[in-house]
Design a protein around this ligand. Structure first.
Ligand code: PLP
Length: 481
């Protein structure tokens, strides 16, 4: 049996947190890249929005912006939907708030039933209950606690470890940041993050798959690495493995190689470790299936969703838990030992339910899958031969374009070049919003932009996104000697 790991013992996170050289390098990158340590500058004012409808945002400057990324892959039904407005007002008229310790409202129950319902012939996801909160960070925090409680109820108190992946983003709260590996966001806080988190390699074929290995062999190598990390920590000490089925913000719409998630599921099962999937960005239809994990043909133990759950009409997220977890809680303390003031907020739930009803009625998930085929073709036609476009990848209406300095060697641009950032800024000046790529672990890889429009975007607007983005890219390309 592998030795038990004591808190404070060296962990892979030390590679990042305790390596002065790495930290210094990252700080240099932050300075060079001007990413800043804060989300919004205290000096530069943001763009003021006066109204938004459909796929368009109107600014106080008079400019109109085509929302090619639905905010941060949030606005799945576009902006300004009157049906959602009416449902929100109607719920406010009925009951705007009650505390969930004593009460429940039909809006929360109906939303839970609606999103967990499996339509005839639908994917058997195995999820049984939903816990609603406000943000993706909160949902991931709750999911980490849920995993711990699942083992606590079974007397497995030694299980304290979480395993996550490098180049991952799961939120900004202390716990969700602890399972993330996004240095520009976490650098001031490295010393206060949870110590009991280990990291394994991301699934990032474009850079990491060896020329000599097949996709399946690459997946097998990653799964073997995960298993050996489990053994290093002692699998009996681990609560869960956390991953995004399609990595959004850090990598830019990167799906795992074929066979990766089935391998991950098997290894987790072998040691009784929970599989916690983060679908905050890639879930709710965004990739052409309701849950992105459906395309991996696995059943997770815990799933977190957000963004598209309410399409941005209210701050909403959820932790979805499988029967296995619910059964243990029912047999034990009979409650998830968690909760906060605005959990299952009646108005938030009514709003999200209205959004989800529209998604189902208008077949937006199926439409997303079809429009995704079109978008893929448009992107490949427009960017496939471009000098600095290294990789175009994604699923459904969730696509990333990665820029590299040299397509043959995949050498990245120097951070000081701001290539992807400049493309995004050029696009904005042309009236198009795309989501910028965040700097990743070494601050260099993942120089990308994300296209993730509302799922009901028109074909004409989809074409316009690709055309404006190409123009923005061409402007930047011409700046490079
Ligand atoms: N998880 C993933 C995969 C995300 O993309 C995000 C946000 O971008 C989060 C979690 C955190 O969500 P929030 O910003 O709502 O706290």
């Amino acid at each position: 049996m592998a030795p038990a790991i004591l808190l404070g013992e060296a962990s892979p996170k030390d590679d990042i947190a305790n390596t002065t050289a790495e930290t210094t390098k990252t700080l240099d990158i932050i300075k060079e890249k001007d990413v800043g340590l804060m989300h919004r500058s205290l000096i530069e004012p943001p763009h003021e929005v006066v109204s938004a409808s459909g796929s368009y945002i109107h600014l106080s400057s008079g400019a109109t912006i085509l929302d090619g990324c639905a905010g941060a892959a949030v606005a799945i039904i576009g902006h300004g939907n009157k049906e959602v407005l009416a449902a929100t007002v109607a719920q406010m008229e009925k009951v705007s708030y009650v505390h969930t310790a004593s009460y429940v409202t039909s809006s929360a129950e109906d939303l839970a039933n609606f999103i967990l319902e499996i339509p005839p012939g639908g994917f058997q996801h195995g999820l049984e209950k939903a816990y609603f909160c406000g943000s993706g960070s909160e949902a991931n925090d709750a999911a980490l606690k849920l995993g711990r409680q699942y083992f606590f109820e079974q007397g497995q108190l030694q299980r304290k470890w979480y395993v996550s992946r490098r180049q991952s983003y799961h939120g900004t709260s202390v716990a969700s940041m602890s399972i993330s590996s996004n240095l520009p966001r976490s650098i001031p806080y490295q010393d206060i993050l949870m110590p009991n988190v280990a990291f394994v390699s991301p699934a990032y074929a474009y850079h990491d798959q060896r020329a000599t290995e097949t996709e399946e062999e690459y997946a097998g190598r990653l799964v073997a690495e995960l298993e050996s990390e489990f053994q290093r920590i002692g699998p009996e000490n681990i609560i869960s493995f956390i991953a995004e089925p399609i990595v959004g913000a850090t990598d830019g719409c990167v799906a795992a190689p074929k066979g990766y998630f089935t391998g991950v599921r098997q290894v987790c099962d072998k040691y009784g470790i929970l599989l916690h999937l983060d679908e905050i960005m890639c879930g709710m239809g965004r990739t052409g299936t309701y849950f992105a994990f459906e395309q991996e043909n696995i059943q997770p133990d815990i799933v977190v969703i957000g963004k598209g759950l309410s399409g941005g009409y209210a701050p909403a997220s959820a932790v979805l838990m499988s029967k296995k977890i619910v059964d243990v809680l029912k047999a034990g303390s009979a409650a998830f030992n968690h909760g906060h003031t605005y959990q299952s907020h009646p108005v938030t739930c009514a709003t999200a339910l209205a959004v989800q009803r529209i998604v189902r009625r208008e077949n937006l998930v199926q439409r997303c899958a079809l429009m995704g085929i079109l978008l893929e073709k448009m992107l490949i036609d427009a960017f496939g031969d471009c000098r600095f476009v290294g990789n175009i990848r994604g699923r459904g209406l969730f696509w990333g374009i990665e820029f590299v300095k040299d397509k043959a060697t995949k050498e990245t641009f120097a951070p000081s070049q701001h290539f992807g950032y400049n493309v995004q800024q050029n696009a904005f000046k042309l009236g198009l919003a795309v989501y910028p790529g965040a700097a990743t672990v070494d601050g260099v890889r993942g120089d990308h932009v994300i296209v993730a429009p509302p799922l009901n975007i028109s074909v004409v607007d989809l074409g316009k996104i690709v055309r404006l983005l190409k123009e923005a890219y061409t402007q930047e390309e011409s700046q490079v000697a």
